[in-house]
Each structure stands twice: as C-alpha cells, then as structure tokens.
Design a protein around this ligand. Structure first.
Ligand code: GLN
Length: 278
C-alpha cells in the first residue's frame, strides 16, 4: 500500500535508474493517464492511499517505459499542430519539427490539391485538411496497419482526407498542385545508433531511408513530372545533413525556386521547389 506521492517517487526513481531521460515528466504523465489526477488534485490527495489495482496498472506501464517503449505509445497519443493524434507501434510518432512542414504548406495550399506521401499516422495531411482550406487531400502509405491508424485519426478529426494504400505513386493517377513528404530518411547503417525508444520501438519501415538515406527522395523526384501540376510545389522534410543533396536533386530534375528552410533549432529541415514549365 502506498500513497500517490510515494508511488510517483518510486516510479520516478525506477525510470531514472533505467536511463529514461525525462523520468520526472514521464512518471507524472503516466500517473495522470492512469489515475486521471490533475496537478491540483495530486497536491490535495497526494498523501492518500491509492487504489491497489490502479497502482498495479500504473507500475506495469512504468515497467514498459523503463524498457524504453516511448511514452506516446503507452499513452496512445501525441499532439501535433494542436490536434491529438492516435499513435501506436505501427506509425512513427509525429515530431514537433514536422509542424514546420505543415506551417509552410498552409501558406500556399488554399484551394489546392495536396498529396502526402508516407503519411504514417496521417498527422500532416489531416492537420492541413483541418487547418487549411484544401481542394483535395490525399494521404498515401505502403503500410496497411499505418493506414488503419491514419483512418481512425481522420474519423476522430472529421477531416476530409482520402487514404490510399500504395508504394509511393504506384497506385495513383492524376496530378496534384502540391506534393509533400516526410519519408523515412535515416541511413540504414545509422539505425543501430539511434536511441532505444526509436530503434527498438518505432517502425523501421518509417525510418530506414536506404544506404544514403535518400532513397525516397530519389524515387519521388524521379516521378514528380507525372504527378505534379505545372506550377505545382513540392515540400520535403529532410534530415539535418541532407539539405544540399536534396536541393541539388530537385534542381537537377528541373525544378525552380528550390531552397532550404531551417527549423527552430537552426538545422536544415525543409527543402522545397516549384515545377515551372516553359
Ligand atoms: N508523415 C508521417 C510523419 O511525419 C510519417 C513519416 C514516416 O513514417 N517517415 O509523422
């Protein structure tokens, strides 16, 4: 038998001794998740004995977190662009830096058709559909399981988005005004050095960008002319060291106004360009 306060302390210490980086934040979030306590309620009831079954449930989650399962998979959600998205081990957890991609695309997506390749949880295209005013929104992924998550997110947010199971453009027809993608872009050999939360639990399909990390950019760029309307835009999220490579690839493919945008930490994060036909 223990009080809420004691339980939280035990959990915090357990996470810390297992090398979990944000042991304090994570032990707290899981506590609110299981017991539904707010900060104020915890302050008032912290010295009371907590229900045994719930305490057991909580410590089970703490054990999983100590095994480096990401917090978001345990909570089942991640916030992105102010919206809550369901996540599980079939999808990449939406990253805050990806919000930059959405913000950039929102600036010019009014009444445009938008295609999101490697949609994963659907966080990008659903945010665009909810926060913008698109003509059409389509999300594509090769993973059936990822698309099931994306479709549940679409329903929860009542977003007008079509999801299609396809290996990039394979099953697609017609052209779009804007094509965007945050594809897998980690070099295969670098996967092993990622933090355990990522390398052991996030889907490798959503991470592995091939030997040079550029596999998906190459494939997408080689088909752009077939799927992008004249005057259309392309936006990629990239790894911090891939800006110049992806920029050159877009320029070689004949796109104009190609440039790189940095994220709020000062790293190259977005590469974009425009297809102008003379
Ligand atoms: N588009 C999704 C995201 O940005 C998934 C990306 C991926 O699986 N590489 O979160």
């Amino acid at each position: 038998m223990s009080t809420y306060k004691e339980l939280l302390k035990t959990a915090y210490e357990f996470l810390k001794s297992n090398g979990v980086a944000d042991a304090d934040v994570d032990s707290w979030y899981l506590l609110t998740h299981v017991f539904g306590l707010s900060r104020v309620e915890f302050f008032i009831h912290g010295q009371e004995i907590c229900p045994k079954d719930k305490a057991k449930e909580y410590m089970k989650l703490i054990e999983k977190r100590a095994n480096h399962i990401p917090l978001q998979y345990l909570l089942g959600t991640q916030e992105f662009m102010g919206l809550e998205f369901e996540v599980n081990e079939d999808v990449l957890i939406p990253r805050q830096e990806t919000e930059l991609l959405v913000e950039e695309v929102l600036k010019l997506s009014n009444n445009k058709s938008v295609l999101d390749l490697c949609t994963g949880s659907g966080c990008i295209i659903i945010s665009l559909a909810k926060l913008g005013c698109l003509k059409r929104a389509v999300g594509v992924d090769i993973s059936e399981k990822a698309l099931q998550v994306a479709d549940r997110n679409r329903k929860v947010h009542k977003a007008e988005v079509e999801f299609i199971k396809s290996d990039l453009f394979d099953k697609l027809e017609g052209k779009y005004d804007i094509i965007i993608s945050n594809p897998p872009y980690i070099k295969s050999l670098d996967l092993a050095s990622l933090m355990p939360e990522v390398k052991d639990w996030e889907p490798v399909l959503a991470l592995d960008g091939g030997p040079d990390g550029l596999r998906f950019y190459k494939k997408i760029i080689s088909d752009l002319y077939r799927f992008l309307n004249p005057g259309g835009h392309v936006f990629f999220e990239i790894g911090y060291d891939q800006g110049q490579a992806v920029k050159s690839m877009l320029q070689s493919a004949g796109l104009t106004d190609v440039d790189i945008k940095k994220d709020y930490s000062g790293h190259d994060r977005i590469v974009y360009g425009r297809l102008v036909l003379n």
